[in-house]
Design a protein around this ligand. Structure first.
Ligand code: RNT
Ligand code: ZN
Length: 421
């Protein structure tokens, strides 16, 4: 896009928004508070590098598609991440899973990993002035094959997973310490059962016990923060999920942990956007896994839809940006993975930009004086204001392609790099 056109359109947009009392220049600065944690697993379909050609296995999560160009090594992954970063405005962090360590060709089991396997990533992040987030990987492993990890009745397996989570938290704390920004460590487990179980309570008691054990070491919150992620169901775990929302919300409130809300993990008419101001009455902070479920937790590429918009708008309206850690969680192997990454991240950022451009004060005044048709009219109108002009300008001042200029960059990368893998 031509710089002059972007600037011209922005000037008009600026005046248009000023008419509603919204300062677009200030909003562009506020976008610095919207830090998105990039889920590393979009580059390789949640395979990881524990062994060559590793694939996502078990746990009710699935990646469909076999588009060429998937990252097959950490260096390819880093190359992809740099391209993604070069196409995104604003600030990002990187969210790693434990299976993405540098294990030097040796099989290092999950109860053996240490910070030495992630020092390369810490250095990588430091060079890019980025923070890191981290996740224990409690799936794609023989000891998770029976569908249970931290809530397993097999004591050997349960202890194995407790040890894994303990080690992951220690790694997370070291990441946060070295990088000077707290690392959010998220625990998600696939535990559940396909058919109606008899002893739900037994598994939940075990999960609580395992979390207490795994979280027994306290780390300063400047280094790391724990989040726990609930889920409704998974493929092969339709009848019961041990770590349900009720379970983890209770655990988080009682133990002062972050609750992770993945918007693919609820009944499809439930809105995570509606939950934010509810749970933030009782927990200090949240972690989001922003995704797009179609009919189920399908993890499609995030688009700028009503669901994402409500999430962003609720965070902005409630002034919750400092209390919400924004992570992404989608994976689509049926289209160019870099393209998927960039579209989904930009869509999330756009939702926040749109939210920041809202004339909330006017809407609130309407609301508080019973002028609800007026409120709706203004909400509708904002959808058609010159939002795109502000977005393009935001890209321009961030030195990244505006409009769809990123398509050409990704096509070039595909031809020169991805197609040759
Ligand atoms: C699975 C959860 C979980 C994973 C990642 C890879 O349903 O959403 O967050 O997607 O940990
Ligand atoms: Zn998730």
């Amino acid at each position: 896009m031509k710089k002059e056109i972007i600037e011209k359109a922005y000037q008009i947009a600026k005046e248009q928004y000023a008419g509603f009392g919204v300062d677009t220049d200030a909003v562009i600065k506020q976008m610095n508070d919207v830090v998105i944690s990039l889920h590393c697993w979009q580059t390789d379909d949640v395979g990881g590098f524990e062994k060559p050609n590793a694939e996502l296995g078990g746990g009710g999560i699935q990646v469909t598609g076999n588009y060429p160009g998937k990252a097959k090594s950490i260096s390819q992954m880093r190359q992809d991440l740099d391209i993604v970063l070069s196409l995104l405005p604003g600030k990002q962090r990187l969210n790693l899973h434990a299976i993405y360590g540098e294990f030097g060709g040796k099989l290092v089991d999950r109860d053996q990993i240490g910070v030495e396997h992630f020092q390369g990533w810490i250095n990588w992040a430091k060079e890019r002035k980025m923070g890191l987030d981290f996740n224990a990987t409690c799936f794609s492993h023989p000891k998770a094959d029976d569908g249970f990890t931290l809530s397993s009745k097999n004591e050997g397996n349960r202890r194995f997973w407790v040890e894994h989570v303990k080690r992951c938290r220690a790694i997370a704390a070291e990441m946060g310490k070295q990088l000077g920004t707290p690392c959010v460590h998220n625990t998600w487990i696939p535990d559940g059962s396909k058919d109606v179980p008899v002893d739900r309570s037994g598994h939940r008691t075990l999960l609580k016990q395992s979390l207490d054990e795994a979280f027994s070491v306290q780390y300063p919150k400047e280094y790391m923060k724990d989040a726990v992620e609930s889920k409704l169901f998974g493929i092969g775990a339709e009848a019961m999920t041990v770590g349900s929302h009720d379970f983890y919300l209770g655990y988080a409130v009682k133990n002062n942990k972050l609750i992770c809300l993945d918007n693919g993990h609820f009944h499809l008419t439930e809105q995570v956007g509606d939950k934010i101001s509810a749970v933030l009455q009782f927990v200090d902070e949240l972690l989001l896994h922003v995704t797009r479920p179609i009919r189920w937790d399908s993890d499609h590429v995030v688009t700028l839809n009503d669901e994402i918009q409500l999430i962003a708008s609720e965070i902005v309206r409630g002034k919750f940006l400092k209390r919400v850690n924004i992570g992404l969680d989608f994976f689509d192997a049926s289209i160019n993975r870099i393209g998927a990454y960039v579209i989904g991240t930009r869509a999330t950022q756009q939702a926040f930009l749109f939210a920041l451009l809202e004339p909330t004060a006017i809407m609130k005044q309407y609301e508080e004086t019973g002028k609800n048709f007026e409120r709706l009219a203004l909400m509708e109108l904002m959808k058609t204001r010159l939002f795109g002009a502000v977005w393009d300008y935001y890209c321009l001042v961030n030195n990244v392609p505006a409009g769809i200029d990123f398509i050409a960059e990704i096509q070039k990368y595909e031809a020169e790099v991805l197609a040759k893998r």
